[in-house]
Design a protein around this ligand. Structure first.
Ligand code: ATP
Ligand code: MG
Length: 202
């Protein structure tokens, strides 16, 4: 049986926005992935508050934002785990959930992948999944450096996909909500409605 190819989009998603969705869809389409799993990250309790809203809200907004795409799903796997969520632990937990039939592609910015050497248990992680550098103009993937650091493993497991760039960040959305500016076309309508209904980011 052909393996299911699953892209993983991790993030705080506070809130999820069209930049996240467009990147995920562009990577899914370019690589022919079967599914994209959005995995909202747990945030230490001391960091929650005005800015980082409760996990339940971040999770619900992600569900609303992805509902219309049959290839998109949301996982609460990091929200239910105690302590820091290292990507390697998340991969193990997903593998345990999905069995060996799934192949995972961890999607992140080229800038984050260039810093891979600083990640927790990175060699183990590189063996467990593929990395997709969603390259935006301006940040190139430091291929030679990665090959020098990780050799064959990097050649086989680090890939690059050019994605369109949307100048949107969750930080900007939170600031705009606070000052009463429009966030229309930056987040899906259902997410904007949810933010206003729940009074988030005020
Ligand atoms: P914040 O402003 O709070 O840092 P953010 O907009 O950067 O939020 P995150 O939840 O931190 O969003 O990002 C999750 C993932 O999405 C990261 O891999 C990040 O690089 C990527 N990402 C963030 N904004 C965009 C965007 N506009 N286009 C494409 N990818 C993005
Ligand atoms: Mg960010």
């Amino acid at each position: 049986m052909r393996k299911q190819c699953v892209g993983i989009m991790g993030g705080t998603f506070d809130p999820i926005h069209l930049g996240h969705l467009l990147t995920a869809e562009a990577v899914r389409d370019a690589l022919g992935l079967d599914e994209i799993l959005f995995v909202p990250a747990a945030v230490p309790p001391h960091k929650q508050g005005k800015d980082i809203v409760l996990p339940e809200h971040r999770l619900r907004m992600a569900v609303l934002a992805t509902a219309a795409n049959p290839h998109f799903r949301v996982s609460d796997i990091e929200l239910h785990r105690q302590g820091p969520s290292y990507t390697v632990d998340t991969m193990d937990a997903l593998k345990a959930q999905r069995g060996e039939q799934s192949e995972f592609y961890f999607i992140t910015g080229a800038d984050a992948i260039n810093e891979l050497a600083t990640w927790h248990d990175v060699r183990e992680l590189l063996q467990k999944c593929h990395f997709i550098a969603a390259t935006r103009q301006g940040t190139a993937l430091a291929r030679e450096e990665l090959y020098r650091q990780f050799g064959e493993l990097a050649r086989e497991h680090i890939h690059e996909v050019m994605t369109p760039e949307l100048e949107i960040s969750s930080t900007e959305i939170r600031q705009r909500v606070r000052k009463g500016a429009s966030i229309r076309y930056m987040v899906p309508d259902a997410v904007a409605d949810y933010i206003y209904k729940e009074g988030l980011y005020l």
